[in-house]
Design a protein around this ligand. Sequence first.
Ligand SMILES: Cc1cc2nc3c(=O)[nH]c(=O)nc-3n(C[C@H](O)[C@H](O)[C@H](O)COP(=O)(O)OP(=O)(O)OC[C@H]3O[C@@H](n4cnc5c(N)ncnc54)[C@H](O)[C@@H]3O)c2cc1C
Length: 600
Amino acid sequence: MTMSEYRPPQADIAFILEHVVGYPAIAELPGYEHADLETVLELLEQAGEFMAEVVAPTNRAGDTQGAVRLPDGSVVTPDGFKEAYRQYVEAGWGSVPLPEEFGGGGFPRTVGLLLQEMMTSANMAFALCPLLTQGAIEALVNYGDPEQQQRYLPKMVTGEWAATMNLTEPQAGSDVGALTTRAVRRDDGTYGITGQKIFITFGNHDLAEQIVHLVLARTPDAPEGTRGISCFIVPKFLVNDDGSLGASNNVSTLSIEHKLGIHGSPTCVQAYENSTGYLIGEENLGMRIMFVMMNSARLSVGMQGLAVGERAYQQSLAYAQERRQGRAVGVSERDSAIIEFPDVRRMLMTQKAYLAALRRLMLLNASYVDHSTHDPDPASRARADEIVGLLTPICKSFGTDLGNELTSLALQIHGGMGFIEETGVAQHYRDVRIAAIYEGTNGIQAADLIVRKLGVRDGASVLEFIASMREIDAELAAAGDEFASIRAELGQQLDALHRATIWMLKTGPTDPNAALSGSSPYLRMWGLVVCGWLMARSALAAANIDSADVAESQLVLARFYAEQLLPQCAGLLPAATAGSRDLFALDADQLGSVVRRRVG
Ligand SMILES: Cc1cc2nc3c(=O)[nH]c(=O)nc-3n(C[C@H](O)[C@H](O)[C@H](O)COP(=O)(O)OP(=O)(O)OC[C@H]3O[C@@H](n4cnc5c(N)ncnc54)[C@H](O)[C@@H]3O)c2cc1C
């Protein structure tokens, strides 16, 4: 396998859909009848071929050339991006999970997420353009008025027009409420938008003829903070009544950033100077609209950790079989492939088990998204919505933290060659690093978990989810000795998670800083346990299908996960519940002097 090859993990995807996350039940929901499992698997097969053959080969050029801003302010994408994007639009891949009334295929989010996984594995930087467009489409579908929907959505759905999300300003990062871009209402009902945004992904490029910017801004008399933010459509070019493109809308790209990774994705400083904006929904509703996009985008970004981790894993597995070095135990000659060494095996198994676990986690979340929007039973919809709320910060943080750790392992397997750019594996390590930062840093996700999500129904919502995971115990007990260690470990770790949750529920209301101090280790406990439960479910399901090979591999992966990865959960309990004392015991001066003394 050469370094740019990518093989979509179709077999694992098919197994999960059918046996782990209950896809057949999704295909029975009203509106998804056309998306039966067989049709979906065929579609994913074709999409996978497209991503592997058309998109994946653009990944290296994307990294080495990067996007370039020309003196006139236009932005040129790396070689191959334009042609791959043209074919992507022509084949209609972007429209698959989007609403049929605007020309989409009306497929479930579960299917859409898998397309995103494969495209991101193929080329993460490239995949960001459709990812942002999809988020903007969701905002317009939910909050746009019919005229806006007719004007913008059909071409955004095909991908002929791309879109962006403009939140960040120099002083307004995690604290979006600090933004100052102004929106002044004009007599004709449009708004004049003036301000500067930074870090805008695909803020300008040559892939699409039009870019529909969704911009957060503040009207002159708006309340302070997030309550005073409104959301506007600010197209790069004004759109004439017949749908054709008109005059330029005073949106300029002042510069693009030089970054650690995703060089093919232009990250732009954007200036708006009395640019024409069209209000979405009502004034001061901006944060609510952005939250629609954010839930969806956070799951997609969590999936980036999985997708880039998968690509890096495939490369490290190939390298481990090619690279010969030294002599493995029990071999007479000095010519062993490094895959024969136990420590290399550990790195490969760790990647494989976590990747399998993450794919199950992401698809479980996506399946609840589909139930939350399409289940005919209001109670099921409401419960699914709660579970999506709980799982989204976990998918985002745990997925991207692992993305960093797993690409690092893939690099480690390459030895010194991993540190050398020609191998290509360093690109994955650099590319995925941003995923823990944007779309709400992982620290913000952990805060969201304990501040917003634990409080749902005074904690009953999360405790019910933990109780539902415990129901697997009887099945594991009945499955016999081979499942004994999985059962024992899962039971213990569910206990640890339960204890931490009770501590958080008690501590949060009285001492929020203590609860926030443990939020990141606590989130990781959740990630580890939900994944352990899903791996156990996979092994049980595999034991009942007619394939000894699948049964064995699922059992081995679940056992490795339960015995060797999952136990970290209880190890995190002390950090999750330690409170804030030691984090704040040293003031900033003392933190500085301790470092100086040690170094000196
Ligand atoms: C490549 C790239 C692409 C991007 N794309 C876009 C885009 O398309 N659109 C867009 O609007 N923005 C985009 N961003 C911006 C991105 O979302 C922000 O960088 C991110 O939200 C963090 O904000 P910040 O950089 O100001 O960091 P800060 O908010 O300054 O955070 C610094 C550190 O402090 C921590 N921190 C801050 N506040 C808290 C808190 N309340 N509790 C706990 N910890 C806290 C953070 O976790 C972080 O570790 C992009 C950024 C990059 C680098």
